[in-house]
Design a protein around this ligand. Structure first.
Ligand code: CA2
Length: 150
């Protein structure tokens, strides 16, 4: 089972500021946790963990996932609230590559502009508010879903 994990703009800066909102972990720490979780779940789970500040690059990666990956975990970061392009890309592969949306913070407790996700409707589920742990929870949920369907 191959899982693509995508991180949107500025998540490369995680751990450098606003730890009260996003936690103190860096993106590299989160990658380590999710890689360890994948190993615990079984040898057959391969993780490809990526980050981009470019909406176009994220859309290209999602489009290329068909036939290469079994599922996607995505934190679209600020693009969550603005990007119909990411929503369309996720919908275009959803028949074979289901996605789970993750957010470190609970966006509903924050500014109103962060309450709406344009990408969530293209995903099978959403996990938010548990900081880096959310990625691990998303992996468990996605693997469970993909195994159910097997
Ligand atoms: O809570 C989340 O995971 C977000 O996707 C994070 C985004 C934000 O725009 C969304 O509304 C919610 C922000 C990602 C950038 O985070 C940084 C954290 C620390 C330092 C710099 C950037």
């Amino acid at each position: 089972m191959k899982i693509l994990i995508l991180n949107g703009p500025n998540l490369n800066l995680l751990g450098t500021r606003e730890p009260e909102i996003y936690g103190a972990e860096t993106l590299a720490d989160i990658e380590t946790h999710i890689t360890n979780c994948a190993k615990e779940l079984g040898d057959s789970i391969a993780i490809d963990f990526r980050q981009s500040n470019s909406e176009a690059e994220l859309i290209t990666w999602i489009g290329e996932s068909r036939g290469r990956f079994d599922g996607i975990i995505i934190n679209p970061a600020a693009l969550t609230h603005t990007s119909l392009g990411l929503c369309d890309a996720l919908k275009a592969v959803a028949d074979v590559v289901p996605a789970v949306e993750v957010h470190l913070s609970n966006t509903h407790t924050r500014e109103e502009i962060r309450h709406k996700s344009l990408t969530a409707a293209a995903c099978i589920g959403q996990i938010m508010g548990f900081r880096g742990l959310g990625y691990v929870l998303a992996l468990r949920a996605l693997v469970n879903k993909l195994s159910d369907n097997a």
